[in-house]
Ligand binder design. Structure first.
Ligand code: UP5
Ligand code: MG
Length: 199
């Protein structure tokens, strides 16, 4: 697809920071298409005949980052599908949630798909994220919402994903929001940043 027809905002933050929650609100108010890399990977894992199913399942449970080729292809296909549905009219606006979370993914996506407009970073403490994830784990059915997997996800976030946030910070492309606050308050801050960019 034509990358000039695409506006992408990356939504980053630790496990349980509230990426999915805030993206759902942005979809309602700004007509974004929401693409969660984790959701796309979980769907691919479930897809009958996928050659990657078992590998994805293992990486997710261990809180590790699936090799980037798989995730970049899933995202790129999802963007192409959404653009096709829009019938090529106007620009497609995409929230890419939970990606890039490793430097190689960031560079690959910028080069082969498109650079992001900016990066929304949801800042949250591990203590708060842990309690949110354990609570959600009671009903989510996610194989990684248990204490062992959560600890591994936190470690991957600190070691592998924060360098990506720092990389974009150096480029002055990060809008940082305190996501310890209640959902509505976090969203109000995000809305301000969006309105500055997409007025
Ligand atoms: N909640 C949310 N906001 C709240 C608030 N302000 N106050 C109180 N409660 C709040 O929220 C989590 C929970 O907290 C919910 O119950 C919500 O109601 C509540 P949610 O919006 O779901 O948070 P989110 O940040 O989306 O958390 P998620 O668990 O989805 O984050 P992860 O980054 O861990 O998960 P993701 O699905 O992105 O990735 C999963 C795995 O996929 C990774 O660990 C990795 O193994 C793999 N992956 C890759 O390999 N490559 C990729 O590029 C992406 C993922
Ligand atoms: Mg999520």
């Amino acid at each position: 697809f034509d990358s000039s027809k695409v506006t992408v905002v990356f939504v980053l933050g630790g496990p349980g920071a509230g990426k999915g929650t805030q993206c759902a609100r942005l979809v309602e108010d700004y007509g974004f298409v929401h693409l969660s890399a984790g959701d796309l990977l979980r769907a691919e894992q479930q897809r009958e005949g996928s050659q990657y199913g078992a590998m994805i399942a293992e990486y997710i449970k261990e809180g590790k980052i699936v090799p980037m080729e798989v995730t970049v292809a899933l995202l790129s296909n999802a963007i192409a599908d959404a653009l096709a549905k829009q019938g090529g009219e106007g620009k497609g606006r995409f929230l890419v949630d939970g990606f890039p979370r490793k430097m190689d993914q960031a560079i690959k996506f910028d080069e082969s798909v498109c650079p992001s407009q900016f990066v929304l970073f949801l800042q949250c403490s591990e203590e708060v994220m842990l309690s949110r994830l354990l609570e959600r784990g009671k009903t989510s059915g996610r194989t990684d919402d248990n204490i062992e997997s959560i600890k591994k996800r936190f470690q991957t976030f600190v070691e592998t994903s924060m360098p990506v946030v720092d990389y974009y910070r150096k480029q002055d492309r990060v809008v940082e929001v305190d996501s310890i606050k209640p959902v509505d308050e976090v969203y109000a801050e995000i809305k301000q940043a969006m309105d500055r960019t997409f007025a």
